[in-house]
Each structure stands twice: as structure tokens, then as C-alpha cells.
Design a protein around this ligand. Structure first.
Ligand code: ADP
Ligand code: ADP
Length: 219
């Protein structure tokens, strides 16, 4: 069963002068771990933004978790229910504690504050940071912050994790830890993982690699 189905997707910027996606086709199976690779400017981030409904395509079709993203009016509900984001700029809120940061996506659910706390602590434990729950993120290292971002991404049990250069700002040893953590959680929580990277070594961690060039899939 496909969790992502994209046909002939097009997206341009600057009144059509920049064709970021130029008739892109992609299918991703439920539970798959996919790497998206390709040179800078090839359209990887744009593709990820389309899958996560952070931006809308111009033409073509895109279905994610059974939702037609060209038609639905409930994009923010789709995002908070179905997608966990792990982006390079992890966007942790500096004046909230680690625990509160992980709880943020649950504010849109009807969980009680006790249930939110319990689920957030469960995820912090899974990423090895339960003892940091009450600290603020600026006290943490880059790798620890990325682990908080991963905990936050998983907290609503999304069907898909979108990771954009998740190891980008980290040294290689810390990057390895983050990658292994993502892969383990992907297996344990049976979540589909779509990762953008330009590092071949990082891409090889996935079950399948697709290459983007000039706004299309190459292979
Ligand atoms: P990649 O992630 O592979 O580096 P991007 O998807 O970021 O590629 O960019 C694809 C192309 O679209 C590039 O030429 C980039 O400059 C352009 N682009 C991306 N986002 C925007 C935007 N918001 N406004 C204008 N141009 C953009
Ligand atoms: P990457 O590191 O994946 O290549 P970029 O730094 O190119 O990512 O892009 C980061 C974000 O900025 C993306 O969300 C992309 O859509 C946006 N972006 C990229 N190029 C441009 C541009 N020329 N103008 C405006 N926004 C852009």
C-alpha cells in the first residue's frame, strides 16, 4: 500500500522562471525508509515541503496518507495528524523546557495534560533524554537538540516522518547516533521515513534511494 503517491507534480517560483519541480513522479510504500538525494537546487526541499503540505504545488497530483493535498482545505489538521517534521533548523522554542517542546504537537489533540506529559516522557526516554525533561534547549548540545526534535516529531504517532538533512549541522559521530536512532524508531513505531540528504554515506542507511535532478526523479 502506498502512503505517498505523486504524479507529474510541478512547482515553480518567481513567476515560472524557476521550475523547482518539473513533472515529478514518486510512490512510497507504507513503512518504507526512503532517502532523497541530489545536488543542491535540484528540488529536494521543495519536494519535502509538498509532501508535508507546507507549500502547495501548481499542477499534478499528490496524495499523502490518503489525503488529496491539491484539494483538501484542512492542511494544518493533516500536518499535525500525519506528519512529523525533523528539519535541520530544529526550531525548538528556547524559553520552553525540553518536555514542553515535545508536548507542542499534542496541543491540537484532546489529550489531558497528564496524558501529554506521559507520552512526551515516553518519547524522551526513547531518545535517551528523560533526565533533561526540565531543562531549556539552549543547555543542550546540537545532537541532543536533534534528539528532542525527533521525540517531538514522533509524539503524535504520525504516519510519516520527514527529515531534511537531519545530520546536517552535526559532527559525524553525533550524526551517526541520530541516524541510528531515526532508523530504530522507524522500525519500532513502523512509521514511514522520508529523508533528504546530499551525503551518500547518510543516504545508504535507507532501504531505497531516489535521486532528484532538475525537479524530477532520475532512477
Ligand atoms: P534542494 O533542496 O535540492 O537544494 P530546493 O527545493 O531548495 O532544492 O530548490 C529548488 C529550486 O527552487 C532552486 O533553484 C531554489 O533556488 C528554488 N526555490 C526553492 N524555494 C524557493 C522559494 N521559496 N522562492 C524562490 N525560489 C525557490
Ligand atoms: P537545502 O539545504 O535542502 O538545499 P535550502 O537552504 O536550499 O535547503 O532551502 C531551505 C529552505 O529555503 C527551503 O524551504 C526552500 O524552499 C527555501 N528556499 C530555497 N531557495 C530559495 C530561494 N531562492 N528563495 C526563497 N526561498 C528559498
Amino acid at each position: 500500500k502506498n502512503v505517498i503517491e505523486i504524479h507529474d507534480l510541478k512547482k515553480s517560483y518567481d513567476d515560472g522562471t524557476i521550475k523547482a519541480l518539473n513533472g515529478l513522479n514518486l510512490e512510497v510504500k507504507e513503512g518504507e525508509f526512503l532517502s532523497i538525494m541530489g545536488p543542491s537546487g535540484s528540488g529536494k526541499s521543495t519536494l519535502l515541503n509538498m509532501i508535508g503540505a507546507l507549500d502547495v504545488a501548481d499542477e499534478g497530483s499528490i496524495h499523502v496518507a490518503g489525503i488529496d493535498l491539491m484539494k483538501t482545505k484542512e492542511l494544518s489538521e493533516f500536518r499535525s495528524k500525519e506528519i512529523g517534521f525533523v528539519f535541520q533548523m530544529h526550531n525548538l522554542i528556547p524559553n520552553l523546557t525540553v518536555l514542553e517542546n515535545v508536548e507542542i504537537p499534542m496541543y491540537e489533540t484532546d489529550l489531558s495534560s497528564d496524558q501529554m506529559r506521559e507520552r512526551a516522557l515516553e518519547l524522551l526516554k526513547a531518545v535517551g533524554l528523560e533526565d533533561r525533561a526540565d531543562q531549556i534547549p539552549t543547555k543542550l548540545s546540537g545532537g541532543q537538540r536533534q534528539r528532542v526534535a525527533i521525540a517531538r516529531a514522533l509524539v503524535n504517532r504520525p504516519s510519516i516522518i520527514l527529515a531534511d538533512e537531519p545530520t546536517g549541522s552535526l559532527d559525524s559521530q553525533t550524526g551517526d547516533v541520530i541516524l541510528k536512532l531515526l532508523r530504530d524508531l522507524h522500525e519500532k513505531e513502523n512509521v514511514t521515513l522520508v529523508m533528504v540528504t546530499h551525503e551518500p554515506y547518510v543516504g545508504k542507511m535507507a532501504e531505497r534511494i531516489v535521486n532528484v535532478l532538475d525537479g524530477k526523479i532520475q532512477n
